[in-house]
Design a protein. Structure first.
Length: 169
């Protein structure tokens, strides 16, 4: 067991995955080789220990599984201050807030009444598009969503960098 923050755990997980990928690449390059008929096979043979490689890969995979599980348990149980949500819930909430903010940004940039350009230069008909909502209310909602998003991101950042949990590695 090792105490660490989510940020530290993410870095550790990245390192473990990079090491695992490097081992797989090394295995791919050394598990088989080509030699000419007249070559001494033992001189052409790259260094490769099948059993040792498989054991090392399984050990890394086991560490990755245990670390990801520790992160998941922490994310499912730790409640973020001021939001009354677990980290797991916050990881759903933040993208929802981001989508809401983008939608409201489009809505609050509209004019209450906009002339529709139909492309018919000689038409006697002038059409308008009307907002079926109060643009000022959309602006207020956009500002609220922006503030809420920043606060949620900061709260999650604070947890990720300061709160430690027991990681099974």
């Amino acid at each position: 067991m090792k105490r660490m923050t989510s940020a530290q755990a993410a870095k550790e997980l990245k390192l473990l995955n990079e090491e695992h990928d490097e081992l797989l690449k090394r295995e791919e390059l050394s598990a088989m080789f080509t030699a000419a008929i007249q070559e001494d096979l033992e001189k052409a043979r790259p260094k490769y220990d099948y059993c040792g490689m498989q054991e090392h890969l399984r050990m890394l995979e086991d560490k990755i599984i245990r670390l990801k599980h520790s992160i998941s348990k922490f994310n499912l149980t730790y409640v973020v201050d001021d939001f009354d949500m677990t980290i797991d819930e916050m990881l759903v909430y933040i993208p929802q807030l981001t989508a809401r903010k983008k939608k409201l940004e489009r809505m609050c940039k509209r004019l209450q009444k906009e002339r529709l350009n139909t492309g018919f230069a000689h038409s006697n008909f002038i059409e308008y598009i009307y907002c079926n909502y109060d643009v000022e209310e959309a602006k207020r909602a956009f500002k609220e969503a922006s503030i809420e998003l920043v606060n949620a991101q900061l709260a999650l950042d604070r947890v990720n960098t300061t709160v430690e949990f027991e990681a099974d590695i």
